[in-house]
Write a protein that binds this ligand. Structure first.
Ligand code: URA
Length: 210
C-alpha cells in the first residue's frame, strides 16, 4: 500500500471535506505548513480551475490564489469575462511545500515543487472536490495540476489547445500556463504571449463548460 494517502470521509458536504482536510497529516508537508488551503468557489460550477499548491501568502491566509500568482489569475479571469465566484478554484496539493532561504527582505520560505508522493497522498481531496462539484470542464494550470489530472506527464506548450475528452474526471480536460509561468517569463514578449494564452484558454474552457 502507498505510504501516504489522505483519508477522505465517505459521505460529505464541502464543509465536511474542508474540515477533514484541515486535519490532514497524510504526508510530511502538513508539519511545515501553517494550514491546509482547501479549494473554494461555486459548488455548482461548470468549470473547475486546478493550480499546483498554495504559496507563501496562501499558506498564511488559508485561501487559494491570493498571492502574486493569484493576482495574475484574477486579471486573466477578468479579461476572459469570467466571474471568479462562478467557478471553483483549487490546487492539486493542499499544503505549502517550502524550504528556508534568503530573500532581499531577509529570511524567506522558498516554494518547492511538490513531488509524486505528495501529489499522490493529496489526490483524494481533489477527487472528492471533483465528485462534489461535478464540473463539466476542468482546466489545469501548469504541469503539476496537469500531471495529477491527466495521469501522465503533460507539457503545457504542446497540449494547451487540445481538449481531452477521455478523462474520468470531467467531460473535458484541458491545460494552460500556470500564472507563475507568466511571472517567470524570460522576456516581456514571452510574458505577454503567455498572458494572452492564459486568457484565451480560460475563456475557451468557460465557454465549453457553459
Ligand atoms: N500557486 C498555485 O498553484 N496555487 C495557489 O493557490 C497559489 C499559487
Amino acid at each position: 500500500a502507498p505510504k501516504y494517502l489522505a483519508q477522505v470521509p465517505t459521505s460529505y458536504s464541502w464543509q465536511d471535506l474542508k474540515d477533514a482536510a484541515a486535519k490532514c497529516s497524510a504526508c510530511p508537508l502538513a508539519s511545515k505548513a501553517t494550514q491546509t488551503v482547501f479549494g473554494e468557489g461555486s459548488l455548482e460550477a461548470d468549470l473547475m480551475i486546478v493550480g499546483e499548491q498554495p504559496g507563501d501568502e496562501e499558506d498564511l491566509s488559508g485561501k487559494a490564489f491570493v498571492g502574486p500568482a493569484g493576482k495574475v489569475l484574477a486579471e486573466a479571469l477578468e479579461k476572459a469575462g469570467i466571474i471568479r465566484e462562478k467557478v471553483y478554484v483549487t490546487n492539486a496539493v493542499k499544503h505549502f511545500k517550502w524550504t528556508a532561504g534568503e530573500s532581499p527582505e531577509g529570511k524567506a520560505r522558498i516554494h518547492k515543487k511538490p513531488g509524486g508522493t505528495e501529489m499522490h497522498a493529496c489526490k483524494p481531496w481533489l477527487e472528492a472536490e471533483i465528485a462534489l462539484v461535478k464540473p463539466k470542464v476542468i482546466i489545469a494550470l501548469g504541469v503539476t495540476a496537469g500531471t495529477a489530472l491527466y495521469g501522465r506527464l503533460v507539457q503545457v506548450q504542446s497540449e494547451r489547445e487540445r481538449i481531452n475528452t477521455k478523462s474520468a474526471f470531467a467531460e473535458a480536460l484541458t491545460i494552460t500556463w500556470h500564472p507563475s509561468a507568466i511571472l517567470r517569463a524570460m522576456s516581456e514578449e514571452e510574458k505577454l504571449e503567455r498572458m494572452q494564452n492564459l486568457i484565451s484558454d480560460l475563456r475557451k474552457a468557460f465557454e465549453l463548460a457553459t
